[in-house]
Design a binder for this molecule. Sequence first.
Ligand SMILES: *[C@@H]1O[C@H](CO)[C@@H](O)[C@H](O)[C@H]1NC(C)=O
Ligand SMILES: *[C@@H]1O[C@H](CO)[C@@H](O)[C@H](O)[C@H]1NC(C)=O
Length: 440
Amino acid sequence: MYQLRQLTLGLVGLSLARCAFATDGESSVKSLKTDTFKDFVTQHDLVLAEFFAPWCGHCKALAPEYELAASELKEKNIPLVKVDCTEEASLCEEYGVEGYPTLKVFRGLDSPKPYNGARKSQSIVSYMIKQSLPAVSKVTPDTFEAVKSLDKIVVIGYFKEDDKASNETFTSVAEALRDEYLFAGANDVAMAEAEGVSQPAVVLYKDFDEGKDVFTSKFDQDALTRFVRTSSTPLVGEVGPETYSGYMAAGIPLAYIFAETPEERTQFAADLKPLAKKLKGSINFATIDAKAFGAHAGNLNLDPEKFPAFAIQDTVKQTKFPYDQTKKIVAEDISQFVQDVLDGKIEPSIKSEPIPESQEGPVTVVVARSYDDIVKNNDKDVLLEFYAPWCGHCKALAPKYDQLASLYANNPDYASKVTIAKIDATANGSIYSFMRNGSL
Ligand SMILES: *[C@@H]1O[C@H](CO)[C@@H](O)[C@H](O)[C@H]1NC(C)=O
Ligand SMILES: *[C@@H]1O[C@H](CO)[C@@H](O)[C@H](O)[C@H]1NC(C)=O
């Protein structure tokens, strides 16, 4: 309760802080040195510290964003500080600073936590506000509107004060996801009614798409976690360094729309939004800047020179479904393609040489398409050589490798237990990513 009062006041303070920054130009970021740092951190519950070097380009890029975040968070009593590591080398060393800028969240001097979010004022402000709140804040009719607008995404649980089970489920989800989303709990029955839900219920509020989503499944931790993840993902988002790992961890496929201009991306996003809405929870849709990240199209077995392009990646099985690049990207056709992929009617794309019709030499020739049969789903032990046709050491090994293979092939007892094989890794690059992605 106290926390939220403070926050509500903070919101009012926010606009004032912006004014103050604009007029007097004095920095809101506190500069600290070895002899002032520890006292300052000890005297404040929560501090964000930037360790920087004056010559560092990324630090210069961060500076205006950090300043803006500091002026907004000042009113909430969350100080942002900075330490010049060229002057305070031993202090920086003590906190394990290895690169610039390094941002760390301090709650006292021990075990600060790295800030790995985006270096944008809004991301910093949103993250630090969540850090300053308990995992679940209480919300009342008076604070409802203010709390709802505190962050891009706010998850509110509506349950009775004595409903321990719902409280525990909600709180454990909140504790696991508190760095990413703001969680609050409301006990007032009338508040639930006003939102058109009956206790226990969860509503996720967001400042995009439908504005809010109501959790309708059984009140359990997995279902609730999935709901928060799904509902907080924009219908058609954008793949970039900040969102990529989230999409990969989502547990559902990702459909990429590669386009070179922002206008095209906006248009495709609008065209495919109804489809994304229909399939929400089964597959994510996102545009991707083909100018900046076009090379990624190659990983999806698309021609990385030809845009716009569309592809689906099954993020669990690590399979890829590139859409025919000679076709136009039209919502109706894409809808059919996506449905066919989801229904398992389309074979995943594998870059592969054709499977040899017969094995000529003693060494078994493997290609990507026969990899599973010969190497994975097979009782025999397999020695597999990854080679390149142009590689001298591979050529030198070849006669000996043939010899070894003959030795095994000519002994029926060995031949039934061991396969000696080779794969042209230049014609078969994706094999490596199969392995990295743990499908072995
Ligand atoms: C959840 O339970 C805790 C501990 O009993 C309590 O302090 C808190 O107020 C409860 N939250 C809600 C929203 O009822
Ligand atoms: C590498 O070899 C395998 C099997 O020979 C093939 O599937 C794959 O497409 C080749 N190269 C790349 C980049 O995938």
